[in-house]
Design a protein around this ligand. Structure first.
Ligand code: NAP
Length: 364
């Protein structure tokens, strides 16, 4: 029997992020997966057969997904006509190829909510963390107008580590405490590299001090997120400077960030900062979206927290957990922040974006 839920597809359904969508969307009140797509290598086979050696989730493959026939992402002829929108979690070698596929869906009238970095720097594509720049959805009608899309559009979510530090920075800025400089050092989990990811001999008993392209993303993507909607695209913010060092550590899930911040003018005291973080709420909470964490920022007093294996699942993996706020000898303060990279930083964050779009009338 057909349900009343909105029918959706996953592009890149066989990868780590794709599998997370399948797990997280079990029982979702609004959305139901009825299409799974991946590379031509996987196309034409039942989903369960394609992922039998690489299923990484803690649940069995859901019954309604097991027998779905995997579609080639470029096979538009067999795309079901009742698909309302797709989540894109593809990892193609060429960014331009990913961009072209995502825009082709938009042209076909299918909105795309993407995890890929391919379209993050396309000026008329909003890159959204719903607690921060929810208003950037205003660029969607502009994108549709100038690109001639009737119903489709492309929207992206940012890199998997930046929500852990940008949500707390934004919470402070919203209360009038503008941050002008930040130094961020990330300790990123292996699941961030997809499957099979980093070779085990590089990861066991080791830290890899380089992740290609990650430092540039960590430094530049916040500028678009803090930017404003212009006539033909997002105009980046230029009032914050970020220096990032990104490392890969032997943790399964959960990206940690060590952050040093310098305020522009007023410097809040420690108690005020913690109070601002604990009280922070935004549009996803006001709209009571199904994936919105009740408290987006959790501050822990214990000096040995946050820790990935204890804190990454806070509020369904959607909350940012912070600890160790203290004075900094060179900047003003430093703290440690953690967020779940494949949930808040990937599939869960994109689901929250889709819920925002649905609540604002962009998806039906
Ligand atoms: P992954 O595990 O390597 O999965 C890649 C997916 O892309 C698979 O479904 C794969 O299908 C598909 N794919 C590969 N080549 C393709 C092609 N030529 N045509 C169509 N589909 C193709 O990667 P992932 O970690 O899930 O990441 C997916 C995307 O999300 C990437 O762009 C990544 O940068 C981004 N992201 C990842 C994370 C994270 O924490 N892992 C966080 C944020 C963003 P086959 O199985 O058929 O090869």
């Amino acid at each position: 029997m057909s349900s009343d839920k909105i029918k959706i597809g996953i592009l890149g359904a066989t990868g780590i992020v794709g599998q997370n969508y399948i797990k997280l969307l079990v029982g979702h009140p609004w959305f139901e997966i009825t299409d799974v797509a991946a590379s031509p290598r996987s196309a034409g086979k039942p989903y369960a057969e394609v992922v039998k050696e690489k299923w990484q989730m803690s649940i069995e493959i859901p019954g309604n997904i097991r027998n779905l026939m995997v579609r080639d992402v470029q096979d538009f002829a067999s795309l079901k006509s009742d698909i309302s929108f797709v989540f894109s979690a593809m990892d193609l070698p060429e960014k331009e190829a990913t961009k072209a596929i995502e825009f082709k869906y938009a042209e076909e009238g299918i909105p795309v909510i993407s995890n890929s970095s391919a379209n993050r720097w396309t000026p008329d594509v909003p890159m959204i963390i719903p607690e921060i720049n929810h208003h950037h959805i205003d660029i969607i009608p502009i994108q549709q107008k100038y690109r001639g899309f009737s119903k489709g559009f492309v929207m992206v979510k940012p890199n998997c580590s930046i929500q852990s530090y940008m949500i707390p920075i934004y919470a402070l800025e919203k209360k009038g405490y503008k941050v002008e400089k930040m130094i961020v050092t990330t300790l990123q989990a292996v699941s961030g590299a997809g499957y099979p990811g980093v070779p085990s001999l590089d990861m066991i008993d080791n830290i890899v001090p380089f992740i290609g392209g990650e430092e540039e993303k960590s430094e530049q993507e916040p500028l678009k997120i803090l930017g404003k909607v212009g006539e033909k695209g997002i105009i980046n913010d230029d009032s914050i400077q970020i220096s990032a060092t990104c490392t890969r550590v032997p943790v399964s899930d959960g990206h940690t960030a060590c952050v040093n911040i310098k305020f522009k003018n007023k410097i809040p005291n420690k108690e005020d900062i913690i109070k601002i973080w604990r009280n922070f709420k935004s549009v996803p909470q006001d709209l009571d979206l199904p994936f919105a964490p009740k408290q987006p920022i959790i501050y822990l007093e214990n000096e040995n927290r946050p820790q990935p294996n204890k804190d990454r699942h806070n509020d369904k993996g959607m909350a940012v957990t912070i600890g160790r706020l203290r004075k900094d000898n060179i900047f003003d303060y430093k703290f440690i922040a953690l967020s779940h990279n494949t949930i808040r930083g990937a599939a869960g964050g994109a689901i929250l974006n889709a819920e925002l779009l649905k609540a604002k009338g962009f998806l039906n």
